[in-house]
Design a protein around this ligand. Structure first.
Ligand code: MN
Length: 241
């Protein structure tokens, strides 16, 4: 549910292998400018979907690209990576980040059928304050808040995408254990996660399934079925409030 295919050195090779393995990949983008080139990568593959994004770490230097964001908005049901970043380096830009994030959420509410992949690093409260459930389906990617914040996110109807990076830590595992099983999807956040001496690849998601089994105390088949059912539910046309 969250892979930056366009940021690998050989994105076409990644797409080819994902298609060969029949993998579903949500190919997120970080700038509206990257939309057209990244969208072109999915051509010919049935299960790669491209999301229109505007990464909170980049909005302060590219505000003008909001025009492009508006232009491409109706081309996809998937929006991401968007959100807020309150970490030390980016906190100083939180005003412009909030402005853009709020605006995108308004657009999503008008549309009513979007699926959003949301970054909330060091900004969980701020992100949750902006969500009211009418945006569509908000998927908090690599959720790293507290248990209380997780409970609030669940209450607000959020979904979660979890990956090997997150499930490597005890805190990440504990948060995952508390997430509703019917609102969990897998992600790699590649290439920004390392596997030994290389970047994670989409098909490394298999490792994540083993961690999920351990936490859910279930078989590999049960874990795969649950995640696939969740994906189908997300993709189906069930009405969004
Ligand atoms: Mn990402």
């Amino acid at each position: 549910m969250h892979c930056h295919i366009d940021l690998y050195p050989h994105p076409h090779a990644i797409v080819k292998e994902c298609s060969r393995q029949g993998m579903f990949v949500l190919s997120v983008t970080t700038t509206p400018k990257a939309w057209e080139g990244t969208k072109a990568l999915e051509v010919g593959s049935k299960n790669i979907f491209t999301a229109l994004g505007f990464h909170p770490q980049l909005v302060h230097e590219r505000e003008a690209e909001m025009q492009l964001f508006e232009r491409f908005f109706d081309s996809t049901r998937y929006i991401g990576e968007i959100g807020l970043d309150g970490s030390k380096e980016f906190r100083k830009y939180i005003a412009v980040q909030s402005k853009i994030f709020k605006y995108i959420l308004c657009m999503a509410r008008e549309d009513g059928r979007k699926v959003l992949s949301i970054h909330s690093r060091d900004s969980t409260d701020l992100v949750l304050n902006e969500l009211d459930g009418r945006e569509g389906i908000s998927i908090l990617h690599w959720f790293s808040g507290t248990k209380a914040q997780l409970a609030e996110a669940v209450e607000k109807g959020c979904w979660f995408s979890v990956g090997p990076g997150q499930l490597r830590t005890n805190k990440g595992k504990e948060l995952f254990r508390l997430m509703p099983r019917n609102r969990v999807l897998t992600e790699t956040d590649g290439p920004f996660v390392e596997m030994g001496d290389r970047s994670i690849l989409p098909w490394d998601i298999k490792d994540c399934i083993l961690d999920i089994c351990q936490v859910w105390k279930c078989s590999e088949q049960e874990a795969v079925m649950q995640v696939l059912n969740n994906l189908h539910k997300l993709q189906s046309n069930f009405s969004l409030k």
